[in-house]
Design a protein around this ligand. Sequence first.
Ligand SMILES: Cc1cc2nc3c(=O)[nH]c(=O)nc-3n(C[C@H](O)[C@H](O)[C@H](O)COP(=O)(O)O)c2cc1C
Length: 160
Amino acid sequence: MTFEEYDNSEVLSLISHPIAIITVCREGKLNGMTAAWVSRISIDPPVVCVSISPQRHTWESLEPTDHFGVSLLGKGQERLAMAFGTTSGRNTDKFTDNNVDPFIGAEGIPLISGSLGAFVCRKLKAVEAGDHIAVFGEVVQAWKGPDIKPLQWYRSEIRK
Ligand SMILES: Cc1cc2nc3c(=O)[nH]c(=O)nc-3n(C[C@H](O)[C@H](O)[C@H](O)COP(=O)(O)O)c2cc1C
């Protein structure tokens, strides 16, 4: 059995993450980006944390606003994960480009219909952590979708 000190990014890639689309609405303009660094933090109240680079257009919209959405992607939504994760809403409307008709939840936050589940969060706190910002949000509304297998980010790849 081997157990050896190793490159930290290789070992960190062994953390299995969900694949989600983080959504925002600023002055009526919708955007969303794929995120794997999403975690539940508290049971009561229900709190999640998402990690967003300050370079993302999504952060520019979320910084001055109070709510965001998290839609958990499932099998069959791989193309959407890549589309929302490789283009920026700064130059394009990802919803129109990808024929996604978002479902509008509380506070006007768009959610991805057909996802496993989705929730709207009220931003509690944003904390700089290295080159990302950890955004904590209390879940204020939750939606359940079809019972499909979750997409996961593991070893720097999408797994289904
Ligand atoms: C599978 C996958 C996971 C990603 N996870 C994150 C993440 O957790 N945090 C982050 O800041 N960017 C993440 N990204 C990158 C953003 O989704 C990407 O930079 C996106 O184009 C940003 O869009 P925006 O400029 O419209 O906000 C991920 C991309 C992919 C494909």
